[in-house]
Design a protein around this ligand. Structure first.
Ligand code: NDP
Length: 238
């Protein structure tokens, strides 16, 4: 099979893709000719989002996936196996709880736990069920959507649940990349920058700009980096 044919058959899964950065990432990946699984926890919203892209002629399919529900992870892996028999790209995008109202001194640890369940354990478990599918083709790209808030270099006061969950996600990216060295599966964390989405609010840059860095990491060549932290395709300080 030619390299071009292999590429045209590639399948990508994006979490939390009914709106914001996840939706735009699906659009950009589908525009490159990939088959994109747009996943969301809310079926009505997810189907409506997928419909918008399908109506533009893009190869997009909707699957339900709540990344805080363990049983959904094995279910979606099974669905992907059955329907496509392959998975090339996983974008762990879904996240919650940008807790600007909390400080580490008085943080509600139940809120911290919720952030960890969605922002860390979700990507972790989903990677675990997707890696066996990727391994078969000796090819995979896992993009963990992180944040400048997860950078120890820039870390200061505020949003403790979110910041700790993203710092832990970065650690997970590094460990997983080392575990999978030489397998053809590249894992990186990407900071999309401050974006004008529901989470980011007004004033951030366009979601199209943030998604470009995710797509860059999702389509790295075989000799591309793994275990890194990137912003707009350039190394970012941990
Ligand atoms: P939004 O809040 O706009 O969108 C978040 C998406 O995640 C929604 O689709 C939401 O679904 C989904 N989601 C939340 N919880 C779950 C879950 N348990 N299962 C499945 N989906 C879920 O955020 P953004 O688009 O701005 O953020 C996307 C990513 O970018 C996140 O990882 C975020 O941390 C990161 N980021 C964003 C920045 C910004 O400025 N916006 C800056 C740096 C990083 P629903 O509609 O059902 O709530």
């Amino acid at each position: 099979m030619t390299a071009e044919k292999k590429k045209s058959k590639r399948v990508a899964l994006v979490t939390g893709a009914n709106r914001g950065l996840g939706f735009e990432t699906c659009r950009q990946l589908a525009q490159l000719g990939l088959t994109v699984i747009l996943s969301a926890r809310d079926c009505t919203k997810g189907q409506a989002a997928a419909k918008q892209l399908i109506e533009r002629g893009l190869n997009v399919i909707f699957y339900e996936l709540d990344v805080s529900t363990q049983s959904h992870m094995s279910r979606i892996a099974h669905q992907i196996e059955q329907r496509f028999g392959r998975l090339d790209i996983l974008v762990n995008n879904a996240a919650i709880l940008y807790d600007t109202w909390q400080s580490a001194v008085n943080a509600d640890l139940e809120v911290v736990n919720q952030a960890l369940i969605t922002n860390l354990f979700g990507p972790w478990k989903l990677s675990q069920v997707c890696i066996p599918i990727m391994r078969r083709n000796k090819y995979g790209r896992i993009v963990n959507v992180s944040s400048g808030a997860g950078s120890l270099h820039y870390m200061g006061s505020g949003s403790p649940a979110y910041s700790v969950s993203k710092a832990a996600l970065n650690a997970f990216s590094r460990i997983l990349a080392a575990d999978l060295h030489g397998t053809g599966i590249l894992i990186n964390s990407v900071d999309p920058g401050w974006l004008a989405t529901d989470m980011g609010g007004h004033g951030g840059r366009l979601v199209e700009e943030g998604a470009k860095g995710i797509v860059w990491a999702a389509t790295l060549p075989d000799n591309g980096p793994s275990g890194g932290f990137f912003f707009d395709g350039k190394p970012a300080p941990w």
